[in-house]
Design a protein around this ligand. Structure first.
Ligand code: ATP
Ligand code: MG
Length: 554
């Protein structure tokens, strides 16, 4: 994987390295295994793994499973698979936050003994009540703050032993009730929760809070730089307090150090695992890998390559303030890559029959066409030509608008790589729809220029009706209709903004015979149409990854 471009994180690390030349830069990626990774996580992956790579350092993968709710080994396996797909590797440094529960507990007891933490009996509601949490002009009030270490220790041990109901007691760090930063007003660091943990079973009924557990995990793993998204900025003083006040074995002064960067936000894309999980559980989409999902497995199934996603992340850069990236930038990265690499093939979305009246019945001849005009090494293939053909409905106009150079009554058009044909008459069904179009071909000039020098402006693609195969096409559009997801009104849900046209299923489309053998995951440019990928789940189905051209302005 490419490193990220120079950015402020590198500047900060360079400074640290100037003071500590022997330091080995060490980062971590800490996903919560409560859903599949999405393209926003890819940004964090590029920052975490990319930074380690740039400095010849290490990056750990750590499942942040401290919070026992809704975690599952299915997610753990999927997370690993997706990270490997992007090309990142954690080697043997794979950890679970829950593996540190024993030491977290010991360190908490030690804090109590040193008078730096106490057991509190405010309920969750009271804790949030201004009477107790204070406000900008009033300090917090904590009635149990002066509880003796002995008493707190006894209560804490009994919390662990399961003597109390949920919510009865919490453990709070004794920091600063007057702090302007509410995170520092004696934050809760342990709470009681009777929930089975996906790895620890029922061993624990008290769980450390993220703000307590995370710096301890980082320090124990010798992480030097804990890179995270901007919403943790306000927690940084607490991160530092834990690092500097908890007796973490082997800890060095001033490290690990938390550095925050802006999250990736993309137009028409909701990057929230909670929302995405709701779509899966509610059956709105066909699983986490539905090709409309911004999950890495969804993008992969749609046909996005790892390279195009990494290219996109690289282009968006690493910033210190939030911004919104246009989804068309992601599409452009895919086009850039597949324009070079993808073989050209022909598919016809809405076939109409064309009969070449002056072409012999039963005859097949083959025209050689390029597999990729921008890559000569891709070679050519032979397309069968017969008397009966298909063209796309959009390439014919009975009443043509001005400057319509495709097929029209009495007009001539080039069949791509083959003859020039002239539309002679239209045969209609009883309901007025077109049954077939009758043409004559200029059989003298083959696929060359007309001998008399006349100009034929339009070129359209075609398939032999005798050889073309039926196929289903899935045409995708944005999953939501909200350009900026953060504009969602509070009284609405993201599901109110699902795009009813996010998937258009086209049955009875036609493809050239060679495509019938395409393997799931194979990618093509369907000429004059879009980039497509053979679906890995539905048989005989191609997913449109992106249209050929940017829809901007349309
Ligand atoms: P979600 O809101 O989707 O549940 P999360 O932050 O809770 O996201 P985690 O699994 O905790 O998900 O995320 C792991 C890492 O990925 C964190 O460091 C988090 O900051 C980062 N991350 C998540 N979403 C984005 C994003 N959109 N852009 C950049 N980093 C992100
Ligand atoms: Mg999180």
């Amino acid at each position: 994987m490419e490193e990220m471009n120079n950015n402020f994180i590198y500047d900060l690390i360079d400074k640290d390295l100037a003071e500590h030349p022997d330091m080995k830069v060490h980062t971590r990626f800490p996903p919560e295994p409560n859903g599949y990774l999405h393209i926003g996580h890819c940004k964090a992956l590029c920052v975490d793994f990319g930074t380690a790579k740039k400095y010849g350092g290490l990056c750990n993968l750590r499942m942040d499973d401290t919070n026992p709710a809704k975690e599952d080994t299915e997610y753990v396996d999927a997370i690993k698979e997706d990270i490997h797909w992007l090309g990142f590797d954690w080697d043997d440094r794979f950890f679970y936050g829950s593996d540190y529960f024993d030491i977290d507990y010991e360190l908490a007891e030690d804090l109590i003994k040193r008078g730096l933490a106490y057991v509190c009996e405010l309920s969750a509601e009271e804790f949030r009540d201004p009477k107790y949490c204070g406000d900008l002009t009033h300090p917090a009030v904590s009635p149990c703050r002066s509880r003796s270490p002995e008493e707190s220790l006894d209560l804490f041990r009994r919390m662990k032993a399961g003597e109390f109901p949920e919510g009865k007691y919490t453990l709070r760090a004794k920091i600063d009730l007057e702090s302007g930063n509410f995170c520092m007003r004696d934050p809760v660091i342990y709470r009681i929760k009777y929930v089975e943990h996906h790895r620890q079973g029922t061993k624990w009924c008290i769980f450390p809070m993220y703000d307590f557990a995370h710096p301890i995990q980082d320090a124990l793993e010798h992480v030097t730089h804990s890179l995270c998204s901007l919403e943790y900025e306000i927690h940084r003083p607490l991160y530092n307090w834990v690092r500097d006040n908890v007796n973490i074995p082997g800890n060095t002064t001033g490290f690990p150090r938390q550095i925050e960067f802006a999250r990736l936000n993309i137009t028409y894309t909701v990057l929230s695992k909670r929302f995405l999980r709701g779509l899966v559980e509610g059956g709105v989409v066909d699983g986490w890998d539905d090709p409309r999902m911004p999950t890495l497995c969804g993008l992969r199934r749609r046909g996005y390559t790892a390279a195009s996603i990494l290219d996109f992340i690289g282009r968006t850069g690493v910033a210190k303030s939030d911004s919104l990236v246009d989804i068309r930038q992601l599409e452009a990265c895919l086009r850039d890559e597949l324009n070079q690499k993808a073989p050209r093939r022909i598919a016809i979305e809405k076939p109409i029959k064309v009969v070449v009246d002056n072409y012999p019945e039963g005859k097949t001849e083959y025209f050689e066409v390029s597999n990729n005009p921008s890559d000569e090494a891709a070679g050519t293939r032979k397309l069968p030509f017969t008397r009966e053909l298909y063209i796309d409905e959009s390439d014919f106009a009975e009443v043509p608008p001005p400057k319509f150079f495709r097929m029209k009554p009495d007009g001539e058009v080039r069949l791509m790589g083959a003859y020039i044909v002239k539309c002679e008459r239209i045969e209609k069904n009883a309901d007025g729809s077109i049954k077939e179009i009758h043409c004559t071909a200029d059989l003298e000039t083959g696929n060359g220029m007309p001998a008399d020098g006349r100009k034929v402006k339009g070129t359209i693609h075609w398939l032999s009706a005798d050889y073309a195969k039926d196929v289903t096409l899935h045409l995708y559009n944005n999953l939501t209709t909200l350009e900026n997801p953060s504009d969602k009104p509070d009284d609405k849900d993201y599901t109110d903004f699902i795009n009813p046209e996010s998937l258009i299923v086209v049955k009875g489309a036609k493809i050239e015979p060679a495509l019938a053998d395409a393997a799931p995951g194979d990618k093509f440019q369907f000429v004059r149409f879009g980039y497509f990928c053979k679906d890995t789940k539905n048989e005989n189905t191609f997913n449109r990854i992106v249209p050929l051209k940017d829809s901007f302005g349309k």
